[in-house]
Design a protein around this ligand. Structure first.
Ligand code: EPU
Length: 291
């Protein structure tokens, strides 16, 4: 088993085998022009440290992804995303070594087949590659993406009208710290479920019963509904079962307060899935890797 930062994994039993923690380091500028930069980053680099380095250098593109736990090499696997940006927007290519054949290969952005919290490394190529390096295309003098509601509100509160890359990063850090538990303090793997996509027809009928239901448009036939809203509305937010529970500030995050077993969390996730199905007729999909 290849582990990145281990931040998106729930262990329910011991793993019978070798676990390899990727620690490949380094940041190397591959190409630089007046307005762009191609940078190669070792897969074992800490994601947030890379973001801070980019922000410090004035390279835009990853500031909305500040404070996401995990490693650079894990970022393409589930196409990490937050506040209107996904890592696929800045990835040029991903380099890896095939565990069976020892062949080294570069996957272009298109070959990674990125989707919402998804890539070829979670499907056909799952478990086959050790990712060694990721190439990012970042921009100088860039227009920043502050369209995500919470970022705008936070910048307004900070009284910032013309935000710099640093300001956006600081705003994102503040939002995350206000809602998401720090895994170094309280065990958690971030969002436990993906935000489900439902048909516009199902959404219209749910809206009759739940006029406050939140949604994000996808296309003419589908909308995305925040799983956190569904879980909160079904009454799970802040539920505490002693050693584990549902986070009080973000219902999409399941937490281990200290000595819970991975199976406790897994069972809780199954109860939540069942409840969301019974209440809304929506099937939640797990986002965390369960071992
Ligand atoms: N909401 C609730 N109750 C909750 C949580 C959320 O009603 O307990 C509502 C919020 O009020 C808001 C909407 O749901 O209207 C969306 O909430 P939020 O902005 O917190 O984002 P999210 O959809 O819950 C997703 C990602 C997060 C990412 C944030 C910000 C997924 C599965 N999760 O969460 O990613 O940080 O957007 O962009 O897409 C992760 O993947 O581990 C992760 C933390």
């Amino acid at each position: 088993m290849i582990l990145g930062g281990g931040s998106n994994i729930l262990f329910t039993e011991d793993f019978e085998g070798i676990v390899l923690k990727n620690n490949i380091k380094g940041l190397h500028i591959h190409e630089e022009t007046d307005d762009s930069i191609l940078v190669d980053v070792g897969a074992g680099e800490n994601w947030h440290q890379f973001v801070l380095q980019a922000v410090d250098n004035g390279w835009a593109g990853v500031e909305n992804l500040s404070l996401i736990p995990g490693s650079v090499g894990a970022s393409p696997i589930q196409n990490i995303g937050a506040y209107g940006v996904e890592v696929k927007d800045v990835i040029v290519s991903v380099e890896g070594v095939n565990i069976q054949t020892k062949e080294s290969r570069q996957f272009s952005n298109a070959e990674c087949q990125f989707g919402y919290r998804d890539s070829i490394f979670k499907r056909e190529e799952k478990g086959k590659w050790v990712i060694t390096k990721v190439r990012f295309a970042l921009r100088k003098n860039a227009t920043l993406n502050t369209t995500y509601g919470a970022i705008k509100d936070t910048l307004d509160r900070m009284k910032i009208t013309a935000p710099s890359i640093q300001d956006v990063s600081q705003a994102v850090i503040a939002i995350r710290q206000s809602k998401l538990p720090d895994p170094a303090q309280i065990g958690n793997a971030g969002s436990f479920f993906k935000n489900p996509e439902i048909s516009v027809n199902q959404f219209a009928s749910l809206k009759e019963t739940y006029p406050n239901i939140v949604s994000y448009p996808i296309d003419a036939t589908k909308v995305k509904v925040p799983a956190g809203w569904l879980i909160e509305t079904a009454g799970w937010k802040g539920k505490n079962f002693g050693t584990y529970g549902v986070h009080k500030d973000q219902a999409l995050v399941l937490v281990n307060y200290g000595h819970a077993d991975g199976n406790d969390i897994k069972k809780l996730s199954e109860s939540i899935k069942h409840s969301i199905w019974e209440t809304f007729g929506i099937q939640l999909e797990t986002e965390v890797n369960i071992i």
